[in-house]
Design a protein around this ligand. Sequence first.
Ligand code: AMP
Length: 550
Amino acid sequence: MLFMDFARACEQLEGTSGRLEMIDIISRVLPGLSPEELPVFVRFIMGRIFPDWSSKKLGIGPNLLYEAIGYVAGMKKEEVIEKINLTGDAGRAVEELLSSKSQTTFFHEDLDIVRVYTELIAIAGTEGKKSQREKLLAVRRLLGNARPLEGRYLARIMLEELRIGVGGGSVRDAIARAFEVDSSLVEHAVQALNDVGEVARLARLGPDALRHVHITPFHPVRMMLAQQGTIEDMIKEHGQIAAEFKYDGSRFQFHKKGNWARMYSRRLEDVTAAMPDVIEKLITSTAHDVILDGEVIAIKDNKPMPFQSVLRRFRRRHDIAEAQDAIEMVPHVFDILYLDGETLIDLPLKKRRERLESVVKLYIAPQVVSSDPLEIEQTYKAALSAGHEGIMIKVPGSPYTPGQRGKNWIKIKPDVDTLDLAVIGGEWGEGRRAHVFGSFLVACQDQGKLIALSRVATGFSDDQLLEVYELLKDRIIKKSGKEVTFEPVLVFEVGYSELQVSPTYEGGFALRFPRFILIRDDKDISDVETLDSIRERYNRQSKSAQAYQN
Ligand code: AMP
């Protein structure tokens, strides 16, 4: 497939807002692609280069890209940046710059998607002292051969923000339609392989290929997530339920095969180097090849420490040995997804638990199975008095569904007045804070869309504002006066005194006295609070206010 054809498909998709129409466009392209092109096309169309399980980065910062664009368009980097700020879209800016340039150049070597992919992989693999220079040359080469429309999408792929609105669900449906396979089979394969590209390649071979997918050690799968709920509802619906302590630390996935072991964070980053002590503990706990799911907490004087201590450690690159002495990191394992070559995610929790207990000897999180609300209530109290966050209630007959925030895992914890929200905009600060962003617009999610909820301007130290500035300065997608719009990449934990109904924001709610608590870089944008759960909190809050007034 020529990259030009890919660019045309993107242009068509960008002009479409209907999901069904998008599925239609993509599903008509897929059957014509070779096995080699399929995974590349599918990843590219979602703005990805690497499989979702991979934490590899392309390593082309906006600066390098702007420099390369400047070279190809024959202008200074600063002029390129100005142009991008004006259009608010690097892709369109590159397109315009290439159009004016193409009147003077006649030679183009046709790009095709597999070649672009191969070159990007080579760029990502460039290491060492001269790597920045080599990357720059490679990007210049690619852009130098791009026609204007290709430039629009090539630039966006290199920045890993394609912005054509194609979500994972649409791509999965398009694969199902293109190869006439059941969409639940596609969904299941995506959950196990965590790579839609590879799933497209298998779907081409037919339903059997999809049915027999296996989890591969060292290709982390997405974590199963929890919703809020109540003990009573869970018992009413399921009878017997399984309760575990909800540990307030950091989620991990531990992979072990033979003598080789790695550990991944909730966002599937490889945190092996930062956690040698935990890895050692888990290695000694089993002789088998396994993938384990759990939470690691920090312990000092026999008490759990706030989860920030674990986060700090996940981020740590140096002086790990020193950090190990200060605080003990203890893993609590609550699930097993893979055992000696066998994929276990489709087994019910009860069976997975049996396997877990038969092969792992230490660090298993205790579980209470009961249909008695009092017994579960007692477990909850025990959890809180031991300094944990609450309990998790799980349905014993349920499979492990990677990446899903379903009703099979329910979290029970005391109401806390904080929310995890996406940072979508900001405003430059004033006075001594004029060189950083001073306030931020934060959003919750609703049906895949981000909905503004509040502005946060207090609670930051100067250091924190500087840290946030470093994280967001290259993520500006629009500027208007002092206001900026960010690509949504960062999650803040935000405290508040009360939820209010408000016409100011689209979601109909606003926060009273919002204040910044913490950067949640263990969380993805898809983890931020939903509008539904905010509505639920609001209802609970007004009920308790009424009770107070009565
Ligand atoms: P939340 O982050 O509030 O949505 O709660 C879900 C998180 O609780 C999971 O992602 C885990 O990191 C954590 N957690 C702690 N203990 C457990 C447990 N026993 N089972 C599942 N998740 C747990």
